[in-house]
Design a protein around this ligand. Structure first.
Ligand SMILES: [Fe+2]
Ligand SMILES: [Fe+2]
Length: 275
């Protein structure tokens, strides 16, 4: 096809802390549920395939984040298997807990070298090139729903207040959004936590994305004016059933991963199911 007239290049919405020369690739995988098995689904085999796909990417991701539910029961043996499955990844791998995880076992398996806190909470800051990653812990031990209590939210608020410039991604397991899938919303992030998080995010325009897992489907929404993204699962998907009173159903859909790419001074998020 022949172009007519001058070539017009869109003017990017450049994050103040990113230049158009920055190229940063953060891969996200979620909800591996190693140790589970629904029907014919084999979570370990599925994670193995996702890891192989990430390992084969060119350009390679600068880092990988695993947004919770790494295991089904949170047992040390399951985390041992998770370590084996993630071992082919040569880039830094960041992890955070989901409702199927146990903090101490996850910490010992994957976060032993990371300064986490406050208290027992597995929260920490990491860098991916010029991108800042703020990792939050939304779990309530023994429950499926999520919470950001005053201590956890205070940590996030202080981290954001300390740096209003650096382009930032906030990661957590329970996404701060309403899915419309009733049974999933019943085990979502508590409404009070969501409202308080929204107020914190509203003051942090350098947060380019809130990324999460838990809902086993790709979804997009907003919280405090920031874009929220939930990553599909490496394990089975949750059925997209918006009927009132519908029970939670699972689907044996292809495992998938997401790629968050800083390019042209902006952040774009791709979702890639495996063939
Ligand atoms: Fe999950
Ligand atoms: Fe979950």
């Amino acid at each position: 096809m022949h172009r007519t007239g001058p070539r017009i290049r869109a003017v990017p919405v450049v994050s103040p802390a990113l230049s158009t020369d920055d190229r940063i690739l953060l891969a996200q995988i979620s909800d591996l549920h190693i140790g589970a098995g629904v029907g014919n689904a084999d979570p370990a085999r599925r994670t193995e395939r996702v890891v192989a796909a990430l390992s084969g990417l060119d350009p390679a991701p600068d880092a990988v984040i695993v947004t919770g539910d790494l295991t089904q029961l949170g047992e040390p043996g399951e985390y041992g298997r998770v370590r084996e499955l993630l071992a082919p990844l040569e880039m830094p791998v960041h992890a955070l807990p989901g409702n199927h995880d146990v903090r101490a076992a996850l910490h010992d398996a994957l976060l032993a070298d990371v300064a986490t806190g406050p208290g027992e909470f597995l929260q920490y800051e990491a860098r991916v090139g010029r991108l800042r990653l703020l990792v939050c812990d939304t779990i309530i031990p023994g429950e499926d729903g999520g919470r950001l209590c005053a201590e956890r939210l205070g940590w996030l608020e202080a981290a954001l207040a300390a740096d209003r410039e650096t382009a930032t991604i906030v990661a957590m397991h329970h996404p701060p959004l309403t899915t419309g899938i009733e049974a999933m919303d019943e085990i979502g992030l508590e409404p009070v936590s969501r409202a308080q998080l929204a107020a914190v995010l509203d003051r942090a325009p350098n947060v380019l994305r809130v990324i999460a897992g838990h809902v086993h489907r790709p979804m997009y929404s907003t919280c405090g004016g920031r874009t929220v993204f939930s990553c599909p699962s490496a394990d089975v998907a949750i059925r997209l059933d918006l009927r009132h009173g519908a029970e939670l159903g699972v689907l044996d859909e292809p495992p998938a991963y997401a790629l968050h790419l800083v390019t042209d001074g902006t952040l774009v998020t791709h979702v890639q199911p495996l063939p």
